[in-house]
Design a protein around this ligand. Structure first.
Ligand code: ZN
Ligand code: ZN
Length: 317
């Protein structure tokens, strides 16, 4: 009886020692991360519509490539700078929405750059809204010099918003010139037209940004520097009021279901393909997941790694 038991234990240890599914976290293929934020579409005009008439590129070409989160949320303050800040710092704070205040905590840009001692040209915030330059900085003076370079608005902070077509072009130029490893891109539509209470332009803004997102993803995937090694997150900073809330689609900012519910598509070599996750996630989980994939510590903020969207799932933890 003793010999078969020994054989059994020996074979067990041999098996576990060679099991590839127990690979360490450093085994991830992701080397670069691009976050694309479409500013403020409402779920009812995007994914709730079964024909997805306004987002054909995301629905037909991008969603099948990766993970779609059907229960993704802004769980904090449903306005632009706070929503974007939650994505980059994993923390919900009632930050000033005019570009007058930096995030309290350091961001993925700070922690990643400092941990790997990477040059400033490798981390970028490219945004149609000038006020989003704050994402490259922090109030934390011990680390703020490790932030991201910014290309925001007409000509930097307090110069006004620019058209999304310019942001698309600038994004490609920066990708080509600097090959950033960590980058956030913001498109101001459909939020910009919705605030003008122009329904047709609001819908057009959803359709146009859908094309721009697809264009940008194709550009990234066609570059040998990024192909096969890049995680791409497509998401929103907030939704918009339900029609039952005063102002309806023209504004946002409270805790209604329309403002909370946002989208997330995650495409990359470490993500499952053609997979819909039912798990309730929020914006803070994007930063936490990036920290896990790129292997740098993020000692501040909240959120959880979205392990179920990762190939190998919870075994990779
Ligand atoms: Zn916004
Ligand atoms: Zn609302």
């Amino acid at each position: 009886m003793r010999i078969p038991l020994l054989f059994f234990l020996l074979s067990l240890s041999l098996f576990s020692g060679t099991c590839k599914e127990d690979a360490p976290v450093s085994d991830f293929k992701t080397k670069h991360v691009i976050i694309i934020v479409v500013d403020g579409p409402r779920w009812s005009e995007t994914w709730e519509d079964s024909a997805r008439v306004n987002i054909p590129m995301r629905d037909q070409h991008l969603k099948p490539q990766g993970v779609f989160a059907q229960d993704f949320n802004n769980e904090g303050f449903t306005y632009t700078n706070s929503g974007h800040g939650a994505i980059t710092t994993a923390f919900y704070e009632p930050i000033n929405n005019s570009g007058l205040e930096f995030p309290l905590y350091p961001s993925i840009f700070h922690y990643w750059r400092k941990y790997y001692n990477r040059p400033s040209t490798k981390a970028w915030v490219v945004a149609s809204k000038d006020k989003l330059y704050i994402l490259g900085d922090t109030k934390d003076t011990t680390i703020r010099l490790w932030g991201a370079k910014t290309d925001c608005g007409v000509n930097g902070p307090f110069t006004g918003y620019r058209d999304d077509s310019i942001t698309l072009r600038r994004s490609k130029e920066i990708l080509n010139l600097h090959h950033p490893d960590l980058m956030l891109v913001n498109f101001r539509e459909p939020d910009f037209s919705a605030h003008q209470a122009n329904w047709n332009n609001y819908i057009l803004g959803i359709q146009t940004t859908d094309q721009y997102v697809f264009d940008l993803v194709q550009h990234i995937q066609a570059d040998p520097y990024y192909a096969g090694t890049t995680a791409i997150f497509i998401t929103n900073d907030h939704g918009r009021h339900l029609n039952s809330v005063q102002g309806g689609y023209t504004t946002h900012g409270d805790t209604c279901a329309g403002c909370r519910k946002i989208e997330l598509i995650a495409i990359g070599p470490d993500f499952k393909e053609n997979y819909t996750t039912p798990v309730h996630y929020d914006q803070r989980d994007i930063a936490r997941t990036i920290s896990a994939l790129l292997g740098f510590p993020m000692p501040t903020g909240d959120g959880q790694v979205m392990w179920d969207i990762v190939k190998g799932g919870f075994r990779r933890r």
